[in-house]
Design a binder for this molecule. Structure first.
Ligand SMILES: [Zn+2]
Length: 112
């Protein structure tokens, strides 16, 4: 399962950066064109954080919409479909947003 590996690598990068922290909230950006299933990541997050500093942390996921720029006419338009066609008829488009998979913020509980 693809999303489990993704979730585990997110958990791993947080614990590497903040080895002794008690993380209370993790905010992710998972673009709608990233091909990553947000419900699956949410489902995997609990098990993946067990016995780590992220155990019990809240997961917040932003889902940036897809945005394309046409190479033929330079128009920009929104699309949540990778199979995007510009109004001018061209399919030669660059994805400029919506493919991101990022950790946007990590909230840590202060020292006890
Ligand atoms: Zn165009």
């Amino acid at each position: 399962m693809h999303e489990l590996a993704i979730t585990e690598s997110i958990v791993e990068s947080v614990t590497q950066r903040l080895p002794d922290a008690r993380v209370v909230c993790v905010r992710l950006a998972i673009g709608r064109l990233s091909g990553v299933s947000v419900p699956s990541v949410e489902f995997c997050f609990g098990p993946a954080t067990e016995d780590t500093g992220l155990a019990g942390a809240r997961l917040v996921v932003d889902e940036p919409a897809g945005r394309m720029r046409c190479r033929a006419c330079a128009a920009e338009f929104a699309s949540d479909d990778l199979f995007a066609v510009c109004d001018c008829g061209s399919m030669d488009v660059d994805v400029i947003a919506g493919q991101e998979l990022l950790i946007r913020a990590v909230e840590v509980r202060g020292h006890v």
